[in-house]
Design a protein around this ligand. Structure first.
Ligand SMILES: [Fe+2]
Ligand SMILES: [Fe+2]
Length: 285
């Protein structure tokens, strides 16, 4: 089992990168993207622990992971909002985040927020309820969301810019990973969502984002450009890699957590042999 064997190598790559990354903005972002694509295995469709081994995962495990992932999708707009509030003194970046939030709220989807599309799509097409009130996330997802929220509340704009670039930069692969999970789940259930003659909300949500996200990353790249120089580029690098490692580790944890849940269920039993306390204490009653 290859799972997580790459983490020592990843640590070395990050150490080396911090010591000698490009100092100019554009080559540095390029180098960050290459580092993530090559070394952060869970962030690529081919090597993500869930999609690489999707055939071995049960539909119960997939349902669990899709719902947990929806927890991240639901929080992402709050990450943007937090970052926007903090970067008010970098107006180009502020406006770009604001634009992104407007899009999330439905600017280009007839006023329908992306998350409504996702929630109703998952419910109707997959039979999965991801409404926030009804879901209790696993401890790993709870910790992940808390860490992400802290990253996007950082008090340094260059760090935040890096975090945002990573969030947008990883989003394209993430939607391909999500697509693979959702389609596998749906195929097995025989719902016929994948080859549906009419487009479904879930397909609209996922396929739309594969396009949206390319633009997001490109626009964000331009919006950050005027503010990153040699003296703050190392902070941008740290924000970028913080998001990448937090997301990468979460995927590995989700994979393990889905098995932990399965194995715990196998081990569970109900016929507990009680010591009959009443026979001892209340024998005369
Ligand atoms: Fe969106
Ligand atoms: Fe985006």
């Amino acid at each position: 089992m290859e799972q997580t064997n790459y983490l020592p190598q990843l640590t070395k790559q990050v150490t080396d990168f911090l010591a000698q990354h490009p100092k100019a903005y554009a080559p540095c972002v390029e180098a960050l993207k290459a580092l993530v694509a090559n070394e952060f295995k869970a962030l690529s469709l081919a090597t993500n622990p869930i999609t690489a081994q999707v055939e071995q995962l049960s539909n119960g495990q997939l349902a669990f992971i899709i719902i947990e992932y929806a927890g991240f999708s639901q929080q992402a707009i709050h990450f943007l909002l937090d970052a926007m509030i903090r970067t008010h003194d970098w107006p180009k970046l502020y406006e770009e985040i604001q634009e992104n939030i407007e899009e999330e709220k439905g600017k280009e989807t007839e006023g329908i927020p992306h998350l409504e599309m996702m929630r109703q799509g998952y419910k109707i097409d997959l039979g999965l309820d991801t409404d926030i009130e009804d879901v209790v996330y696993s401890a790993v997802t709870y910790a992940f969301l808390k860490k992400m929220r802290r990253i996007f509340n950082h008090n340094d704009n260059a760090f935040l810019a890096g975090a945002l670039l990573a969030l947008e930069g990883t989003a394209i692969q993430e939607f391909h990973i999500l697509d693979k999970m959702v389609k596998t789940y749906d195929e097995r259930k025989g719902n016929g969502l994948v080859n549906a003659p009419n487009i479904t909300l879930t397909n609209l949500y996922i396929d739309g984002h594969k396009d949206f996200e390319i633009e997001h990353e490109a626009h964000l790249f331009e919006a950050v450009k005027p503010y990153i120089q040699e003296d703050n580029v190392h902070k941008m690098v740290r924000g970028y890699l913080n998001v990448a490692i937090t997301m990468n580790v979460w995927w590995e944890q989700l994979y393990a957590e889905s098995y932990r849940k399965n194995i715990y269920e196998l081990l569970a039993f109900k016929d507990v042999a009680w010591y009959q306390v009443s026979q001892t204490l209340l024998k005369d009653a």
